[in-house]
Design a protein around this ligand. Structure first.
Ligand SMILES: NC(=O)c1ccc[n+]([C@@H]2O[C@H](COP(=O)([O-])OP(=O)(O)OC[C@H]3O[C@@H](n4cnc5c(N)ncnc54)[C@H](O)[C@@H]3O)[C@@H](O)[C@H]2O)c1
Length: 259
């Protein structure tokens, strides 16, 4: 591999690595030398990401993981340690939002069915806590590790009419800060990225249906982000280049929240 090997000898777990931003992060981590455990609820998609990595000479393994299942998350961590010996990086990326395929209602508190509220919170927020629950003791025993959580600009501001999603993404920011405080002394850094509108399957329909025009006026840069632009910030935070960065909440939003 030709790029700088910031992750040589390291192992990364990525949730939701089968598509969108997660796939780009897997490809970048691997290009920089990491062995990557690509996990996704869609096993074929995770397989495809792992294949892209191995085709390029990298090291990857794929695993079906539904982040709303504690059993799956436990297995994700133990299988990674079994296969690669360690976990150095955890990227909590999996999430569900606005794509019609999620079949979850994005609405206000009155109109969100309670089971959809639970599902949105479980997939987007509880998953982050559970993945950390199983990976932190391992990282602490080695006195080394970095965790990057994926919130959203909706955690910093709000997306009116998407109350459960907004609450989950806000929760990720708070969880990032408290875990950074709790685990810094154990050699572990915990940070959070807040993407703006990024051109992935999650919002592609919405971009075509009018969000694109809003993004053009609402962001300083006047365009949606590309998934690789989010992956680069996640890689920075996961790398030693960010060795004095923890508890940080970083918008990667083309200036959405600066206006
Ligand atoms: N795209 C955006 O505009 C945007 C903006 C802000 C934040 N985000 C966040 O970024 C993250 C990645 O989003 P994306 O745009 O790449 O979305 P995406 O829909 O393109 O990809 C999400 C991936 O997660 C997987 N996934 C869904 N449910 C899962 C589950 N229960 N368990 C495991 N994997 C699951 C999907 O199969 C898919 O491969 C999410 O947390 C999302 O909330 C996205």
């Amino acid at each position: 591999m030709t790029t700088a090997a910031r992750f040589a000898g390291r192992t990364a777990i990525v949730t939701g690595g089968g598509g969108g931003q997660g796939r780009e992060a897997c490809l970048l981590f691997a290009a920089e030398g990491a062995s990557v455990m690509v996990t996704d609820i869609d096993k074929a998609a995770a397989d495809a990401t792992a294949e892209l990595i191995t085709d390029r000479g990298g090291v990857a393994h794929s695993l079906k993981v539904d982040v709303s299942s504690e059993e799956d998350i436990k297995t994700m961590v133990s299988s990674t340690i079994e296969r690669f010996g360690q976990v150095d990086i955890l990227l909590n990326n999996a999430g569900v939002g606005f794509s019609a395929s999620s079949r979850l209602t994005m609405a206000g508190v009155v109109d969100t069915p309670t089971d959809h509220w639970d599902a949105i919170l479980n997939i987007n927020l509880r998953s982050v806590a559970l993945a950390c629950k199983y990976v932190l003791p391992h990282m602490a025993a080695r006195r080394s590790g970095t965790i990057v959580n994926t919130s959203s600009i909706s955690g910093l501001t709000s997306v009116p009419g998407a109350d459960a999603y907004t609450a989950a993404k806000g929760g990720i920011i708070s969880l990032t800060r408290v875990m950074a405080s709790d685990w810094g002394k154990h050699g572990i850094r915990v940070n959070c990225i807040c993407p703006g509108a990024v051109d992935t399957p999650m919002i592609r329909e919405a971009l075509a249906a009018g969000l694109g025009e809003l993004v053009a006026t609402r962001t300083a840069l006047g365009r949606p982000g590309r998934p690789e632009e989010i992956a680069k910030v996640a890689a920075f935070l996961a790398s030693d280049d960010a060795s004095y960065v923890t508890g940080a909440v970083i918008p990667v939003d083309g200036g959405w929240t600066s206006q």
